[in-house]
Ligand binder design. Structure first.
Ligand code: PDD
Length: 283
């Protein structure tokens, strides 16, 4: 938290240390809400229409009426960016079902809580780009609606901490022997020059970089396939990558302490990384 950070809460811009939410907010009590994380480079939102569409989808799936229209969200987010000095930022948006007496069933007349915050977007550390990161494999023990960008993130939090406890940066999760995703990123496998990603179903969050990856593969001539991916295939991969709003694309070069492929960032990563930078410049 930075002392001069301004946040948006329920219609007001205010200093972060003055922003308060009632204890009966259903986000606090039940984790009953959704969120978004959107990068902005040089003051310009990146893939904003796609993030906005996913925000609408998440709200629809948990039956919260969208508290703002697209123009309202855009004005809010652009104003937040304008109020902060950092060249690159990421915007965190959160909507909860609002404040109500504690009862699991939806309250009849609660007003959704709307919160938004800008933070500095740090570049991916050079060491991670040059040497890659370590990851561990884990069983995916989360619920079956991972397509919703829910603020109920306990499964993801425990998975990420397991990675940190093992001196790794991220985890690679499997459900019933098939690849799903990381604790806060999508996971990609490279075999014989082709990039493979798991099905875009309810078992993963369809990252905004998932759609972007289709475009990056097309522009950099990397063949791509979406299909169920076995754990054994991941363990034998030539390259592994993770993608997210804050990590962009990062190579995983050690998995459970073993080198992935040659143990260094591979050629497909290099091409996709360059294509990503070009997409940022063009945005
Ligand atoms: N997380 N899968 C999960 C479980 C995630 O939490 C994220 C992003 C992604 C990648 O989605 P995108 O490309 O839209 O960032 C996949 C964000 C960054 C977070 O929770 O901070």
């Amino acid at each position: 938290m930075s002392a001069d950070q301004t946040v948006f809460l329920n219609g007001e811009f205010l200093p972060i240390d003055q922003a308060r939410v009632p204890v009966l907010d259903r986000g606090f009590i039940f984790g009953d809400g959704i969120y978004e994380v959107v990068p902005a480079y040089g003051g310009r939102l990146f893939r904003w229409p796609q993030h906005l569409a996913r925000l609408r989808r998440s709200l629809g799936k948990i039956r919260i009426d969208n508290p703002l229209d697209d123009a309202g969200w855009t004005r809010l987010v652009e104003e937040l960016i304008r109020r902060h000095p950092w060249r690159d930022q990421f915007i965190y948006l959160q909507v909860t079902r609002g404040v109500a007496r504690r009862d699991h069933a939806f309250p009849k007349d609660a007003t959704p809580t709307v919160f938004a915050m800008a933070s500095e977007l740090q570049p991916v550390p050079t060491a991670q780009r040059e040497h890659g990161i370590a990851a561990i494999t884990l069983p995916d023990e989360r619920w079956l609606h991972c397509d919703i960008k829910s603020i109920s993130l306990l499964g993801n939090v425990l998975a990420r901490q397991a990675a940190v406890d093992a001196q790794a940066v991220e985890c690679v999760m499997f459900r019933d022997g098939f690849l799903t995703e990381g604790s806060s990123s999508n996971v990609w496998m490279v075999r014989h020059g082709t990039l493979f990603g798991p099905p875009r179903d309810h078992l993963i969050l369809e990252g905004i970089r998932v759609g972007l990856m289709d475009e990056l593969c097309a522009s950099s001539g990397v063949p791509m396939q979406t299909r169920p991916i076995l754990r054994e295939e991941v363990l034998a991969a030539d390259e592994l990558l993770v993608s997210s709003a804050t990590k962009e694309i990062v190579p995983v070069t050690r998995l459970d302490g073993q080198p992935v492929g040659k143990g260094v960032p591979g050629p497909v990563y290099q091409r996709l990384f360059e294509a990503y930078q070009a997409a940022k410049r063009a945005a």
